[in-house]
Design a protein around this ligand. Sequence first.
Ligand code: PLP
Length: 359
Amino acid sequence: MARIFNFQAGPAALPLPVLEKASRELVDYAGAGMSIMEMSHRGKAFDAVIKAAEANLRRLLAVPDDYAVLFLQGGASLQFAMVPLNLLAAGKTADYVHTGSWAGKAIKEGKLVGNVNVAWDGKDSNYMKIPSEAELKLSPGAAYVHITSNETIGGIQYRTYPKTEAPLVADMSSDILCRPFDVKRFGIVYAGAQKNLGPSGVTLVILRKELAERAPEKLSTMLRYKTHIPEPSLYNTPNTWGVYILKLVTEWVDSIGGLAKLQQVNEQKAALLYGTLDKSSYWRPCAQKDSRSIMNVTWRLGSEALEEKFVKEATKAGLDGLKGHRSVGGLRASIYNAVPMEGVQALVQFMAEFERRNG
Ligand SMILES: Cc1ncc(COP(=O)(O)O)c(C=O)c1O
């Protein structure tokens, strides 16, 4: 078996023990003589899976009882719409912090529903900076404040979250489970699963249940958070396979020591890579130092031709997915939870050799 080091931004690397367990159970789940994918979402076996996935997340993140934990579909992109559809009542304003491409998409969807105030726009920094709390121009009586905890494309991430009077809503698609955080500080947290949680096709939504009451009467059933709360995530057929893998991923997180341990390793991986980028002017890291993401590390080289060469040679050396997002170019290493320290060590070693040969 040949596994390479996978630095893709998402869908992304999954922990090997998760893939191995899933492959062992693929055709015969727990002696049932069929795959978990072939079973009813209302049967006993899947019921145990989805309950365990929820319980594991509740434990890992210390989710309080007045919050729902939902496994929806439609990706984080549907949450860009569901948040304003449920929370942005006529005559109200929602504050959005514009930190990059993903925040921009959330803003676009918010504007389709109601009044949006861009409380801060990172255009002047080329979206390479996370604002301080003092820089936000929040609206009094806002319906909510929306942030993107980690901009996957730019490679910037909040260190601390702003304190807001209005419910704080966060798109945590690319950094959930990378470290502990206080759920109580948020009204809603959502994340497409395909980075730190599992495969694409599941969206985790953690929301304070009371906020689901704010939806307008005429909102379509499937778009309404309230629909999905009473029988959690089973109003219609969920992505059963995705939830099953997510459950295995949460078990893996437990097995390696939980979120505090993951944070420690993630910070070590990021420090090693940023350390290499800071060592010589050959490398040109993109994000401002105090805003650097520990999940997506972005940098440039002297020319696009050199960047192309870097990606090509890295792929040949077993380091996959280092091309920057098509909208910004450059280079990006996504070093999510499942990317081991050995992967980052191999990358920085390759970088040193590349600089020696091409510097
Ligand atoms: C921060 C962030 N938000 C939203 C999305 C969009 O997610 P999805 O493709 O699940 O709709 C992505 C992309 O994966 C992302 O990285």
